[in-house]
Each structure stands twice: as C-alpha cells, then as structure tokens.
Design a protein around this ligand. Sequence first.
Ligand SMILES: C[S@@+](CC[C@H](N)C(=O)[O-])C[C@H]1O[C@@H](n2cnc3c(N)ncnc32)[C@H](O)[C@@H]1O
Length: 482
Amino acid sequence: MIPRLAIRSNALRHAAKAKATASASASSSFSAIHRYSTQIFRPDGSSIKVKEELAPLTKHIRNTILSTGPISIAKYMQTALISPVGGYYTRGQVFGRSGDFVTSPEISQMFGEIMAVWYVLHWEMLGRPEKTSFVELGPGRGTLMADMLRAAKRFPAFAASIRAVHFIERSPELRKMQHEKLGCSWESTRMVEDKNDKGTPVAATSADGLTVRWYDLMEEIEGGSDCVPMVMAHEFFDALPVYKFEKGAGDQWSEILVDVADSDAAPMAAAANAGKVDANQLATHFKYVRSRSVTANAALALNNPKFSSMFDKGDHVEVSPESARVMMQLADWISANNGMGLIVDYGQDWTQGDTFRGIRSHKFANPLSSPGLMDLTADVDFSYLRYAAKGRAQCHGPVEQGAFLHAMGIQARLQQLLKSTSDENMQKTLVDCYTRLTDAQSMGRIYKVLAVLPKSSQAVPIPFAPPSKEELNTPKVEKIVR
Ligand SMILES: C[S@@+](CC[C@H](N)C(=O)[O-])C[C@H]1O[C@@H](n2cnc3c(N)ncnc32)[C@H](O)[C@@H]1O
C-alpha cells in the first residue's frame, strides 16, 4: 500500500472565491501589440523591463485573434489544454506534488478499489455478462485504471470477464504513462508517429494480457463489440471547454471573449521562467472583452428555456456544448451496449457563472496567463449532463463523493488497511487520505458522482435513490447572484 499525498481540492475549497474578471472593454484592440519589450510590475511596486520571445502557443493564439478577432473562452481553453503545439496536457508531467494538482486516485488506492467494487456489483446486477471492457475518458497517469484492475482480481469471475481497456486520451505523453502503468509490452505496441516523431501508442497488450487501445475521441471506438462497456470519466468533464455569456437588457446575451491585451500591460511568462517574478502573479498577453452583439455561440448554446427567464442583467453563465456532445455519445453508447458508467468530478447540479480558472503549482492563477503552462478548468454542471442524456440513457445522481464512498464501504477498506500495518506514520497517512477523499470540507462534497445506465434499465444503481420526476425532466437552475 503506497499512500499518495497532496490534493487538488486544496485549491477547490476556495473555488467560490476564484472569479475571473471580465474586462468591461467593449471592443477589440487590433493595433500596437507587436511590442514584446515590456514593463513588469512586481507586487512590491518595483518594475523591470523584459524582452520576451513569445512561446509558440501564445503566438498562435495571439495571431489567431489578430486575424479573426476575439475568440471564445471555449476556443482559448481547448487550444491551451490540448493543442499539439505546447497544449498543457501534451506536457504529461503535471500531476503530483511537483506538478500542478493531485486527483483522488493519486491520493489513495482506496479510491480506485471502491470504484472497482461498484462495477463488480453492477456486473452482478446485469447477470454477470461474459465479456466486459473498461472505457476511461481522460485517464491521466493511468493510476485509477491500474487500481481498478488490481482490485478486480479479488473477484476472479469478474476479472475473467474483462477483455479490453479503451482509453480516450489525446496527450502522447500521458498515453505513454498509461502504457507503463498497465505494464504493456513494447513488442505488442502499435505506435503512430506524433508531431515530434516520438511515436504515440495506439494499441498494446497489458501485463495481464488485456487489449489496450487509445483514442482521441469516443466516436473512434468501434461499435459492434460484444463486450459490455464499463465507463469511467474521472476529472474529465471539468477539462472540456466552456463558453461564457453575460445577460444584458431584456433577453439579450453577450459573449465574454478573449482578446489580445495591450502590450504594455502584459507581464511576461519569460520573466517567470527566468525567476524574476512569481508565475502566479503573472498577468497576461490576453484579456476579456464583451461582444457587442449576440454571437452565434450565444444563440446556439443558450437555445434552452432555462436561460430565458432565470437570469438578471449582469449575470454570467458558463455552458459547455462539448460536454453535452460527449455525454450524448456516452449515453447512446451505454444504451446500445447495455453498459454502465460513472462520472466523477467537481461541480454543482446547476448552471454556474464564474468558475473558469487556471491552476498552477496547486494555486489558482489567472487563466489567461501563460497558455499551456497551467491547467484550465471549470466546474461541471451535472444538470446539463443529465439534460444532454435525456431520452438516451438513465442518469442517477449526482451524489456527493463522501456519501458515495461511505455507502460503498470505504471505512471497511480503511480498517483493513490500518490492520495491515503497525507503522503509526503509515496509519496516520491512511486516515488523512480517507479524510481528504470523504470530508465535506475537502473533496467529499464538491466532488460528485453521476451514474449512467441504459435507457431500458429498470435498475436503480447502488447507492443512488430513484430519480424524481423533476430530476428526470428539468435541469436545475440556480439564479446567479453577482
Ligand atoms: C485533470 S486530468 C484527470 C486525470 C485522471 N482522470 C485523474 O483523475 O487522475 C484530465 C485528463 O483528461 C485528458 N483530456 C483533457 N481534455 C481532453 C480532451 N478534449 N480529449 C481527450 N482527453 C482529454 C487529459 O489529457 C487528462 O488525461
């Protein structure tokens, strides 16, 4: 048993305080922005002049804005996270104490073990199908999958049913870590050349003899398989791009967009990299602006009755149509293949307005600074995911992570692990990890679990209560107070 430390939710506890400030500027500035020599103001009031060579990703975003005008936050977020030209997740080593954040499976093996038990119970409920496969969206370092597969071995009939693991992962570096975590052999590995000619795994055989495949998109997974899919999306949806809108007078919405900042107000990533300023104090090459009129994005994303009356002038909403697309695909797929799924993430069961944020070195950071060098994330709107799945699959929950883990027996597992060691430090660490995962002040409340079963299923998954009529039909909306 190796305890895993640090926590992403240290930052999340303060999520409500993290408000990205939208500039009141109503127009884009298209001139005088080619100067890269600029003045940086330190917190103590002193300043330095810095000549900066822009990173390729910053140049790319900047040039895009200069040629097409301000871009949506969704486009900025997607580019900064997964662009092959220096997108954040292409770096790979972003997890853990030395990285930017830590996730539940990286805190303790108990998390993956409890998740595995959920799949075993539902495999039993489905009548023990002969062939199953795990499908994980955004597997990170592969820790959760490795823990689930190891725990599955305690249930030999279930373990024998697992034929394949499908990973939805765009990052070549993370694919390699997942390959290593599952002990895949290089002889069995099929690679495609990536941009840097390093090669990206697309198929391999794990140490346990499972077929492992990697995909960029869910749509790439071939249909027609006779394996019952067991889907897991842990901290995946929070990485999908959000658009942000502001309610104006009447039913008018404007969009909050990303524009290039005036050059002499733009502190420099190079200065941070040279150790001259704290990276978390950095301002940015970019700024928020408000569209002058309703954008096509606003018209499409807000084409839903819940946005017509519940909001007041000045309210912000974040909407992630990409999350809806993935959710629809996932719901159809679970229904077509009689599968099951869990979505675990931080967020609320309603629409929110100002949760888009950057995370760097375990602290919040301005999301518009240093694209590619920090995680970008937004709270998940579970009501929107349920709405997207409506008529395609049965959604249950969300329930809070603490309640889910307790109902699934995390305390019993903790007791077992405590008995397995007489080392007091180890025992203390185990209790700390359990507390971090389950405590309402830590990850127990802000993280939530949504279960997805086929639309024809009559079963109520453990430990979810049957959904109310209201939950099935109406996405919850909470009026946003600014
Ligand atoms: C916050 S990490 C979570 C990792 C892991 N699930 C965990 O909990 O440790 C997000 C993961 O989603 C992947 N990801 C982010 N955006 C993606 C996208 N649009 N398509 C596919 N994978 C994506 C990242 O590469 C990374 O593996």
